[in-house]
Design a protein around this ligand. Structure first.
Ligand code: AMP
Length: 397
């Protein structure tokens, strides 16, 4: 049994996975850690949700362990049945190109990565430390990084054209994120196509509130749209994506913005929300555009144009394309977005099966016509399962 943890600064998502069948026994969410505290917990037997104080992540762990082991919704009889814990960690920088067993040295190394991901890594580290207090020291804790899959990106694709010393001094470069998702869907694609990934050139599109596109050649990430932070790449719910960097200094001067205010503007007030003035949520945008809202329609046009541009440019960068995958909340559930993203790409060999695409929501499906040179698939992502698989392997279970 493996417990998978995805912690934020005030929240903690968890799944308990039975690795014999790779099935989820229980999952839940602890929220408002440091404030009032709230937990929702779901198993095959039912659901519960209640408020309880969570001064720190430690109390949240204690509560979830209590729910897993006692009461009506218990799925295991003791904590000893949990053989390892897998943690999602956002930034592993250049230190980690694969998942790793957590030790004191690893924790110190993760602290050094925090400067590169100040919003995420400190929360991940805090959760690992709290978990280590609650669990017996003999239970392996494994860190699985969002960035690790992208460590194979070659230098000419990850280096920004700034003075080289700044890369050496601050490690400023493209890291890429959503690595666990891109790796999961590409592995699954190889199974579905019954073709080794080592023989394929693939573009994976993870489209959700945060979105990233990855070029995968021979099973290795060779380029990805997110960069030094998850702000870069295609336009997202509230993030502007890649823009001319001069806009940043120009706007800061014109509007008298501090770095923090500028950061907030680009991360929280831009993207589809900023362009449309309607919402960051794809469903709201589609509804508003359908009712004639021009700026909502513009936001969707921007999204679809950028998707085509990335798919085309990554095919060119790899010198070919065998398959495209759509995943994430939008990629899995929006046939309209997928159709628009593939429109005009027939010249590259993508021939959509419109009926198969229209019928596919949230399930695995091939959405290109028989004979399409480039197969296009919808594959729901499962980052937790990949974290659990890595944890099992790294812990030697
Ligand atoms: P995620 O961050 O992966 O959870 O994805 C969230 C995004 O998926 C939001 O923009 C949602 O509006 C979008 N989404 C979820 N369901 C649908 C749907 N049925 N049609 C279009 N977009 C959807």
């Amino acid at each position: 049994m493996i417990l998978v943890i995805n912690a934020g600064s005030s929240s903690l998502k968890y799944q308990l996975i039975d690795m014999k069948k790779e099935s989820v026994l229980a999952k839940g969410l602890c929220e408002r850690i440091g404030l009032t505290g709230n937990i929702s917990h779901k198993t095959d037997k039912g659901v519960t949700e209640y408020e309880t104080p969570f001064p720190t992540h430690m109390e949240a762990f204690q509560e979830l362990v209590k729910l897993l082991t006692t009461g009506d919704l218990a799925v295991i009889s003791s904590m000893e049945e949990i053989s390892a814990v897998g943690h999602r960690v956002v930034q592993g920088a250049e230190l980690y190109n694969s998942s790793v067993l957590v030790s004191d040295d690893v924790l110190s190394a993760l602290e050094t990565c925090s400067e590169l991901a100040p919003l995420h890594n400190p929360a991940n580290i805090m959760a690992i430390r709290a978990c280590m207090e609650v669990f017996d020291p003999s239970v392996p804790q494994v860190a699985v990084f969002d960035t690790a899959f992208h460590q194979s990106i070659p230098k000419h694709a990850y280096l920004y054209s700034l003075p080289y010393e700044l890369y050496e001094k601050y490690k400023i470069r493209r890291y890429g994120f959503h690595g666990t998702s891109h790796r999961y869907v590409s592995d699954r694609l190889a199974q579905l196509m019954d073709c080794p990934l080592s023989k394929m050139k693939v573009v994976t599109c993870h489209l959700g509130n945060g979105s990233s596109i990855t070029a995968i050649d021979g099973g290795k990430s060779v380029d990805t749209s997110m960069g030094f932070t998850p702000l870069a790449g295609i336009t997202m719910g509230t993030r502007c994506g890649s823009i001319d960097p001069s806009v940043v200094t120009y706007l800061m001067e014109k509007e008298g913005l501090t770095p923090k205010q500028m950061d907030d503007l680009m991360n929280k007030k831009s993207g589809y929300a900023g362009v449309s003035g309607v919402s960051s949520d794809q469903r709201d945008l589609m509804q508003a555009a359908g009712e004639g809202n021009k700026r909502a329609k513009l936001a969707l046009d921007i999204q679809q144009y950028q998707l085509r541009k990335y798919i085309g440019s990554y095919a060119a960068a790899m010198g070919g394309l065998d398959a495209v995958v759509f995943t994430g909340g939008i990629g899995e559930n929006s046939p309209e977005t997928r159709e628009a993203a593939c429109k005009g790409l027939e010249f590259m060999g993508i021939t959509l099966d419109r009926a198969a695409n229209a019928a596919c929501r949230g399930v695995e499906a091939l959405i290109t016509a028989p004979g399409s040179k480039v197969q296009t698939w919808v594959i729901p992502t499962n980052e937790e399962l990949l974290i659990a698989r890595d944890t099992k392997e790294v812990a030697g279970l």
